[in-house]
Design a protein around this ligand. Structure first.
Ligand code: ADP
Ligand code: MG
Length: 293
């Protein structure tokens, strides 16, 4: 039989906007040492809007945006949607593309007029060993310092444009970090985004540790690293990329509006998409399971 306390606990959790898929995880939540948050779509709204464009000579801003939006034509990523939206707003005519391909954790590519063109972040440039021009580098540094994500248009082995996108940090994220700290819990952040952006967001939110430019297949390794330090780890995420880390963590927590894959991988689902509910969850776990002893 299910112990009465656990039953009460589950319905209490439901009333607090949490769906418990694994009761053991709910019990373990009282002993969590570190909460690892995904950045985009978890700590932030995940709705990135284009805020600035910089190009090298020979290509103007609208041409760069039209090319980029065309390459991003078949991508589901929020970055792609935002770039396509600005192309629509500016009434840009997009060139025809073929052979679209997503490069996990790095960007996308497609062919225009027989030439393969890429769009992606710093991870993509690293893969090709491309150094952006000093203008693009300065642009990216300033954007990064403002926590803006930068993606590059890469053609002929050169970065020819950079696009800055701004995301909004959820107000509840700040409160969640503060409350977790008060409860003696460490807070970390895990992201595929650049070092600059990660540093700016971590500083803004008072997060202790961050891991940036982490490829999707490496996210769960960061969880293991923390576990090997003897820590009880909770992971909070929303993306397909977060699923292995959610499975690996002692307590896997998915944002309710996240992808099905993330929700399926999680032990607990935050129905209201509110990072502060992580704090409620730990409190509820501490309160409920103390009663049992
Ligand atoms: P996250 O959601 O944590 O940023 P992703 O693995 O989805 O992690 O993306 C990691 C990075 O790869 C992004 O920050 C971006 O630089 C690049 N990227 C991924 N998908 C795209 C895309 N469709 N267009 C441009 N860049 C992309
Ligand atoms: Mg995410």
């Amino acid at each position: 039989a299910i112990p009465l306390v656990v039953a009460i606990n589950t319905s209490l959790a439901a009333r607090n906007g949490m769906l418990i898929r694994d009761r053991i995880a709910m019990e373990e939540a009282r002993e969590v040492d570190v909460v690892v948050f995904d950045k985009t779509g978890t700590l932030t709204e995940g709705e990135q809007g284009v805020v600035a464009v910089e190009t090298v000579s020979g290509i103007d801003e609208n041409d760069a945006l039209a090319l980029t939006a065309a390459i991003e034509g078949d991508s589901e990523h929020m970055i792609a949607r935002s770039i396509r939206q600005v192309a629509v707003e500016r009434d840009l005519v997009l060139p025809e593309t073929s052979g679209f391909e997503a490069i996990k954790g790095r960007g996308v590519r497609a062919t225009i007029d027989g030439e393969t063109v890429h769009v992606g972040g710093p991870n993509l440039l690293d893969q090709f060993g491309i150094e952006p021009s000093s203008e693009l580098t300065a642009f990216a540094e300033e954007a990064g310092a403002n926590a803006q994500t930068v993606v590059y248009l890469v053609r002929g082995g050169e970065a020819v444009a950079a696009i800055a996108l701004a995301d909004v940090v959820r107000e509840e994220s700040r409160q969640a970090v503060e409350a977790l700290h008060e409860m003696g819990i460490e807070v970390a952040m895990l992201t595929g985004d650049s070092e600059d952006v990660a540093r700016a967001v971590a500083r803004d939110l008072g997060i202790d540790t961050y891991f940036a430019e982490v490829l999707p297949e490496d996210k769960d390794k960061k969880i293991v690293e923390l576990q090997e330090q003897g820590k009880n780890v909770a992971m909070v995420g929303d993306g397909v990329n977060d699923a292995p880390a959610l499975t690996r963590a002692d307590i896997g927590i998915a944002i309710g509006s996240g992808t099905d894959v993330a929700v399926e991988a999680a032990d607990i689902i935050l129905v209201q998409n509110n990072p502060l509910d992580v704090v409620r969850l730990v409190r509820l776990s501490r309160k409920s399971y103390r009663k049992m002893q």
